[in-house]
Structures are given as C-alpha cells and as structure tokens.
Design a protein around this ligand. Structure first.
Ligand code: NDP
Length: 301
C-alpha cells in the first residue's frame, strides 16, 4: 500500500504520515521544499519529492492512494487580495497537477482523499447540517467548492474519491495554539454573540478517519470530518477556560475582530456551522474523542 501525500509536511499531514506508517503504508510526500520532509521525519522512511519531479507519477497505480491536503494556510494572516488569490490558486493548482500526473502515468490511483472544510456550507446559524446540505455563500465556501471540484475528473477514470469536509482540528499547534494566548492572559472569551457553531475534531480522529476512508472500499463522496458533538463558541470558550483553569466569559466585539483580522473575522470567527459526521458514523467509524472536554484535556495535557 502506497500513499502520495500532497501537503504531508503540514499540521494534519505530519500526523497522518505517522498514522499511515504505523499501519504499513509506504509514503511519498509532494512538497515545494523536499528538505522539509527530511527535517519533519528524522527517522527516515518517508520520501519527499518536489511537485515538478517527473518521476513521481510513476508510482501511481490501482494500489496507490493520493491524499490532497496542500494549500496556502487560511488562518495565517489577513485576507488581502493577494492572499485570497494564493489561498484559492494554490489549491486549484494542486488538483490540476494531480490530474496531469495521472494523465502522464496513464493509470488512475485507486483512491483519492480530497481535502475540504466545513466552510463549504457557508454561514449556517444554529441549524445542524449533514453532507447533503447545499454549499453556501462567501469566500471560504467558494474556495472549498473549487478545491473539491479540482480533482473530480478522476471519478470518471475509476478512482474512488472521498472528500473530507473538515472542522476545526484540535492538536498541538494549528489554530488552537493561537486561541490559547488570550486565555493564558486571563482574557479568554468568545467572538461576538458566541452563538456561532464550532464543528471541531481531535487531530487523532482526523487522521484515523482519513485512514478509515482510504482503507474502506465502500467509502466515496463527501464526509464531514468533525465530532458528533459540535458546540457553539460560548460553549467552546467555557470548556477551554475550564480545562485551562482560566476565565472564559469576555466577549470580543465584532468591530475589534474586524479591526484585527479584517474580512477573515466574519467568515472564520463571527459565523460558523453545526456540521454532523453523519456519513462517517453510518460507515462505522468510531471516534476516540467525541467529547470536547476529553479532547481538549488530551491536547493540552
Ligand atoms: P498546513 O498549513 O499546516 O499545511 C498545508 C501544507 O500545504 C503545507 O505543509 C505546505 O507543504 C503546503 N502549502 C502551503 N502553502 C502552499 C502554497 N502556497 N502552495 C502549495 N502548497 C502549499 O495545513 P493543515 O495541515 O492544517 O491542513 C491541511 C489542509 O486541510 C489545508 O488545506 C487546510 O485548509 C485544510 N483544513 C485544515 C483545518 C485545520 O483546522 N487545520 C480545518 C479544515 C480544513 P509544503 O511546504 O511542503 O509544500
């Protein structure tokens, strides 16, 4: 079993590589900086290749899986026009390069796991949604739609394609590490009214779910990768504050968030989704961390 992972040096990718290697998968990581691969996986056993290396398509075949997680980080800075362009184009281009590689190889991969996010659904208020909900409005929904579509042509070539609409991933690093700072300074709270949905997943369950989909021959189509118990921001702040033994009740007004984060504040902080992992659960996936308190205790231990 061989997996080609685009974005395997990232927050999710590194943990996924560990999970897959433990279960006997050989790994090739596509990276803009293959030296990063050697640094991230010091004990070796993982091959890193630049995207433009003409050799990597030769590993493709029916027993190969591709996992497509590559893309400019969404939450790393203000959404200037230039960053918005990079966020979208880096994802669409990764998909196009995968299609080109498959064409060059003349053989399609057995399975492709296509990255996406619950932002696909746009702002949803307090109504719970499953994978059958329509895509919504806004920049993130547009990016997710076009990212998902970038590898869709592989389905016609017989590739089993699973789309992972992921919620906020909780692990060491990632977005959570940035959320901790105000709590550490006793200024913990929630954005706006705090009633916006937070669909979250423990990093461990994220990578277990990806492997589950890779190895389950009946899995295909979209899957929400988030805990069966989503919360709102008030509840999230309450649990985080309790676990950290810090206050959690300071509301941060929308104007302050817009001043700090620009347009990103409206889509990432002041609106959200209550997404349920209906298809994943029906397929028989069992979460190790369905409960937010347990998940945060584990991550912050
Ligand atoms: P990271 O930002 O940690 O990693 C993404 C990887 O993509 C990087 O390691 C990098 O690999 C590659 N990359 C970064 N910028 C570019 C670029 N401009 N062009 C091409 N490749 C680039 O992301 P995560 O691991 O956190 O997430 C993986 C995917 O899942 C992302 O696309 C993200 O949007 C999505 N997601 C993540 C969530 C989260 O909470 N973490 C939630 C929902 C969705 P290299 O430098 O080796 O090329």
């Amino acid at each position: 079993m061989r997996a080609v992972i685009a974005g395997g040096t990232g927050f999710i990718g590194r943990e996924l590589v560990r999970e897959l290697r433990e279960h006997g998968w050989e790994i090739l990581i596509l990276s803009r900086h293959p030296a990063k691969v050697a640094a991230a996986f010091e004990n070796g056993g993982v091959i890193g290749m630049p995207w433009d290396n003409g050799d990597w398509p030769n590993v493709l075949g029916p027993d190969t899986a591709i996992v497509n997680l590559a893309g400019e980080n969404i939450a790393a800075g203000r959404w200037t026009r230039a960053r918005r362009k990079r966020i979208l184009e880096s994802r669409v281009q990764a998909g196009q390069r995968i299609l080109e590689a498959v064409e060059q190889a003349g053989v399609a991969p057995g399975v492709l796991i296509q990255g996406s996010a619950v932002g696909y659904y746009g702002p949803c208020g307090a109504t719970p949604i499953n994978e059958y909900a329509e895509s919504g409005t806004g920049f993130l929904a547009d990016v997710a739609r076009r990212w998902e579509a970038s590898t869709a042509p592989l389905e016609k070539q017989g590739t089993r394609r699973c789309i992972i609409r992921t919620g906020l991933v909780l692990g060491h690093g990632g977005v959570l590490s940035r959320m901790l700072t105000p709590f550490k300074y006793y200024l913990g709270g929630y954005p706006g009214t705090g009633l916006q949905g937070v669909s979250w997943i423990h990093l461990r369950d994220e990578v277990r779910a990806i492997r589950f989909l890779m190895e389950n021959p009946d899995a295909d189509g979209p899957y929400n990768l988030c805990s069966p118990h989503p919360v709102n921001f008030r509840k999230f702040a309450h649990v985080l504050g309790t676990v950290l033994k810090r206050p959690y009740k300071t509301p941060v007004p929308p104007f302050a968030l817009r001043l700090l984060f620009g347009r990103m504040a409206d889509e990432l902080l002041l609106s959200g989704q209550i997404a349920l992992p209906e298809r994943l659960t029906k397929a028989g996936f069992a979460f190790e961390f369905p409960d937010l308190t347990d998940a945060l205790r584990d991550v912050l231990a």
